[in-house]
Design a binder for this molecule. Sequence first.
Ligand code: SF4
Ligand code: SF4
Length: 307
Amino acid sequence: MCANDCRIGIGEKGFCGLVYNVEGRLVRMGGTPEKGILEWYYDSLPTNCVAWWFCPGCTGVGYPKHAYKPTAETGYSNLAVFYGACSYDCLFCQNWHYRTLASTLQPSMTAESLAQKADKHVSCICYFGGDPSTQMSHAIKTSQIALKKAEEQKRILRICWETNGYEKEEFALRAAELSLRSGGNLKFDLKAWNENLTLALCGVSNKPTLKTFNMLGERFYNERPELPILNASTLLVPGYIDAEETAKIASFIAEIDPGIPYTLLAFCPQYVMDDLPTTSREQADRCYHAAKKHLENVRIGNVNMLS
Ligand code: SF4
Ligand code: SF4
């Protein structure tokens, strides 16, 4: 399902931990419409979503077609779907408790039951985790059911994704179509520009992610530039992700469109990189100015965490 393209030996399992080779037969234990390995919760709007500064739910952009209010949608919620598996293995993982879900394969839920949680007070669904890339069949089915019901009831329901971008092209295209139709967006976490650095920090190459980002940008960005369907973020890991990295990522994004929003995120010591400091204000400012040379819309997120 994802760019890891695992080749799984008899008795072994794939990188994400969801697919097993049982006596020569591949068995998927999660990520099908019948069984998503996930946790979910309602997150009141406006949220601290990476895309909050250009999102209809937090700003009113796109009102009245894609937002209930011309300002933040107070009184409404985001249905946050935390998938319990990932296609990357980041040393700095900020959500590393997804590993408990991947190793126990629970809790689980069908796409049908998850879609029912998108009731009338829900104005957006956001898939994150872990990462949705290893459970796209479940996420797409959930979106289709929930969106069909919302459209019948003539109400707004945006479909959004926060991903490392490792979904296979056919799944990425279907995700983008759902977001375009519903007023949602795809948030791609571009971890690093240098491939070796990505391999060292995340355990996988960044090439498939960059290729998919480029493909989606060229295909979809100009269809709805006033409400960006695609945007990117980068975690500013101290000592690793510097101004040179963010400048190169920004230059790559600008080649698609200089209007694509780019959010720089402060690092918090987590997982096996719990001995690093948080991102300094100096590092964040250097990265910001380097990215600003290429892009019109750059923002430093979670500034309260800068040291
Ligand atoms: S979803 Fe990706 S990581 Fe999981 S088994 Fe398939 S190719 Fe491997
Ligand atoms: S892509 Fe995200 S969830 Fe997956 S390992 Fe990396 S930081 Fe963690």
